[in-house]
Design a protein around this ligand. Structure first.
Ligand code: SAH
Ligand code: SF4
Ligand code: F3S
Length: 477
């Protein structure tokens, strides 16, 4: 059973004082056999969840291509299908379990097909045990800490005909230099850090992703400069809490404000970042956003709840007053800034008054965009053990009321852009109508427009003709 290593959420909670992640630059072990295992074969990766998972999906694709595999869009053509999963809410997990059931049909038709599961669900002991017992056709399971082991794990399946189930629950290291296949030729994500130490009481991410660990500024800048040299137009700096960047490194490395300024100095046309925890947002960071024209005026600033009582139970470490003060500062210091948020309704024993507090903050902030969720108890988290007397119907009704307000403000904000000319990075033909193009404004608003001249990847002027609930319409100037 040497190819079995199971995760343990209890162990994943562990943080040692003063821990410093190792930077490993040669983790990927390839040899003659491994670099040809996939020759003539096809892979397909299905990614769920956040941008961190999307970036991991690009790395997984990169490793598979180094092994000789080629990408296919067709499931029936694939020789290996990997589900790169998210554990943030129960419904995300249910979907994946359903998908595995469905993919087993392909395995029946093509017995050599390798079905694999990775990502945050693979870090949960209950999930992996369930897979081992109930889904024998899933031969490959690996976690968020060992993407680099993929070649060995696949070799073991193909050569030894054994299951490869290897997940580690550890604080985590930093892996530099892994290959990746970027999904776009002009927009790229750079992971500036991994993991999270905030331990919001409802959230599973600190358990599935390990301790917060920042990459060295020099490594991030080298990646950014390489992207600029290759003609990229937009960089998204990624982390669970980008504002906490560098806190786990020596002071000389610098913080997120310095990182923003230095990435801006690479000359890349557009910089975005995600996600900002209000707790770590400094004035220097706001200055960096305000002073660099290539840092886009858009901040995702998760509120989670407007009630101080609930914020405390969530472990968010700010009050609604502190949140508003930060919100006001961003609005006053960064011209035309758009702000979006995340909100959880139905946290254990959230009262009507607590919920009204959330609505009050929403009325005040009039968010450009928002994601709202009903609280979902996650294994191993403190909130999953809290008593909760609130009926699910009450939670659903609150979510509906909240969503109606959020939609109203989103539309109001979009209406304000009518007749204005905005800079748009052309992404490509829109989903529903190939003669209409889609892209994003600096404020991260989706805009559909007619393209008169120019190409995908260009930044063009578009006049907004209509502000809708979730997007804008426009015409190229
Ligand atoms: N690091 C980011 C959040 C990443 S998870 C941050 O702190 O802002 C994305 C969102 O999922 C969170 O902002 C939260 O609103 C939601 N979420 C996380 N855990 C949840 C849970 N157990 N139930 C419902 N929503 C949850
Ligand atoms: Fe989860 Fe909180 Fe960390 Fe965000 S900051 S990933 S919500 S624990
Ligand atoms: Fe989901 Fe993991 Fe991201 S739980 S939101 S994929 S960090």
């Amino acid at each position: 059973m040497s190819n079995y290593s199971l995760p343990d959420l209890n162990k994943a909670r562990f943080r040692s004082f003063g821990y410093r992640a190792d930077i490993i630059r040669d983790a990927l072990k390839m040899d003659e056999t491994k670099s040809h295992l996939g020759d003539g074969l096809f892979y397909h990766v299905i990614t769920y969840g956040c941008q961190a998972n999307v970036r991991d999906g690009e790395v997984i694709s990169g490793i598979l291509e180094m092994m000789g595999y080629s990408h296919t869009e067709l499931l029936e053509q694939a020789d290996i299908i990997i589900l790169n999963t998210c554990a943030i809410r129960d419904n995300a997990e249910k979907r994946v379990i359903g998908e595995i059931g469905f993919l087993q049909n392909y395995k029946r038709i093509k017995p050599s097909l390798i079905l694999g599961l990775c990502g945050c669900m693979a870090q949960e002991d209950v999930v992996v045990k369930h897979i081992i017992d109930k889904f024998p056709s899933v031969q490959l399971v690996f976690g968020t800490h060992n993407l680099y082991e993929l070649p060995q794990l696949i070799e073991n399946i193909i050569v030894n005909n054994e299951r490869s189930i290897k997940v580690y629950s550890q604080q985590g290291n930093i892996y530099e230099g892994l290959p990746s296949v970027r999904t776009s030729a002009f927009k790229a994500s750079i992971n500036i850090m991994d993991g999270c130490d905030k331990f919001c009481t409802y959230c599973i991410v600190p358990y599935t992703r390990g301790q917060q660990r920042s990459r060295l500024l020099d490594d991030v800048l080298a990646e950014a400069r390489d992207l600029v040299a290759r003609g990229y137009k937009e960089i998204m700096l990624l982390g669970q809490n980008v504002n906490a960047y560098g806190k786990d490194l020596d002071k000389e490395n610098g913080d997120f404000a310095r990182l923003l300024n230095e990435v801006a100095a690479t000359g890349i046309a557009r910089i975005r970042f995600m996600t900002s925890h209000p707790w770590d947002f400094t004035d220097e960071m706001i200055d960096a956003i305000a002073n660099n024209d290539n840092i886009m005026p858009f901040v995702h600033l998760p509120l989670q709840s407007g009630s101080n009582e609930i914020l405390k139970k969530m472990g968010r470490r700010y009050t609604n007053g502190e949140y508003i003060a930060l919100f006001d500062k961003l609005k006053s210091r960064v011209r035309d800034i758009a702000i979006s948020t995340d909100i959880i309704v139905g946290f254990p024993n959230e009262t009507d008054a607590d919920f009204e507090d959330t609505l009050r903050i929403v009325e005040y902030c009039k968010y450009d965009n928002a994601y709202s969720f009903i609280f979902s108890p996650r294994p191993g988290t403190p909130a999953s053990k809290m008593e909760d007397a609130i009926d699910v119907e009450v939670k659903k009704e609150r979510l509906q009321r909240l969503n109606a307000r959020l939609a109203y403000y989103s539309k109001m904000n979009n209406l304000k852009w009518e007749n204005k000319v905005v800079k748009v990075l052309v992404d490509g033909p829109s989903k529903n109508n190939p003669s209409v193009y889609a892209g994003y404004t600096p404020q991260s608003k989706l805009i559909n427009f007619t393209l008169k001249e120019g190409n995908i990847g260009d930044i063009i002027d578009v006049r907004v003709t209509e502000g809708k609930k979730n997007s804008l319409n426009g015409e190229q100037e």
